[in-house]
Design a protein around this ligand. Sequence first.
Ligand SMILES: Cc1cc2nc3c(=O)[nH]c(=O)nc-3n(C[C@H](O)[C@H](O)[C@H](O)COP(=O)(O)O)c2cc1C
Length: 366
Amino acid sequence: MTVNLFSPFSLGSLSLPNRIVLAPLTRMRAGAGLAPVPLNATYYAQRAGAGLIVSEATQISQQGQGYVNTPGIYSEEQIAGWRLVTDAVHERGGRIFLQLWHVGRQSHPLLQPGGGLPVAPSAIVHEGVAITQEGPKPLVVPRALETDEIPAIVEQYRQGAINAQKAGFDGVEIHSANGYLLDQFLHDGSNQRTDRYGGSIENRARLLLEVIEAVLPLWESKRVGVRLSPSGSFGGMSDSDPQALFTHVVAALNSFDLAYLHLVEPRIDGNVTLDEPAGIPTPVFREIYRGTIISAGGHDKDSGNAMLAEGTADLIAYGRLYIANPDLPERFRQGAPLNPYDRDTFYGGDEKGYTDYPFLEKVQSA
Ligand SMILES: Cc1cc2nc3c(=O)[nH]c(=O)nc-3n(C[C@H](O)[C@H](O)[C@H](O)COP(=O)(O)O)c2cc1C
């Protein structure tokens, strides 16, 4: 039988009832102490019908924060807040991974410990903004990490992975996409280091691989995923040879027997769809990667089913459609119309545009 969005899938020891993934989605609605609150638990529980939920990006330290009101996973209060979320998802029969996040240069002194500079592979600024408590602020020239500071960065990921376990997550996803710290190290436009974390592709990939190695003793390998955006320029990413870079990185991931490789499609840049997609298509990576692939970006029901049927991906992640349709799998199953999403309420605010999107009316069974 042809594989489709409703074919079950075994992700290591996890049995996914369908192949629909809730994409990681920053919503900037954490509570005091940047800890999740009951409203966040309601939002995730509403979407527990997904085969797998990947949480919003969650900073592993204050230094890793680049937007106001994003949740953390570095304090007891935050762990307790996330426990509300994981319990609510599990009560509804769902599964949830935590996305481990360090924004690197995509931050601002207003968000940094002691008002310091954000850290990065190199002191190269990107013309973007950080969303601070005083509103959007242009990014500043970051401070290049010293070589002897890198182990402490790896340690932040390790501690984040421990804390994710304490909070009851089913696994973790290492965020190495969309122009954040690990992606900044990968790309030579943002990484001009001359130590063993810069220069050659092997050196630029070193930090990501060290982070994976730090996390793996804590979690079964099949509970750890990695997200990459090989075609994205979000966050000012550029590279002299992205194909060589990402084929190397993806090949290197083979040795870890991970839960999955989560790829953002070329037609997406961060959180917007491009008119003219450019970049490295997912089939290139399918040829290289021997494990499970999640494809994300611009999917509807038909494109998801088509990719699964042709075998290019194993699971399909939905972002914006899932924001607006808490019962997305059920709507796909029934061929029901979808609620449109409201971009104005994506980031920050309250339940409006968060937990108040309508569910399908219960359909009469024939
Ligand atoms: C509101 C919003 C927040 C996002 N936050 C994250 C995030 O926290 N981590 C991440 O890796 N990607 C994030 N993304 C990217 C999505 O995971 C996804 O790759 C993108 O939306 C394309 O998928 P879609 O076309 O199904 O929306 C975000 C996108 C949107 C629209």
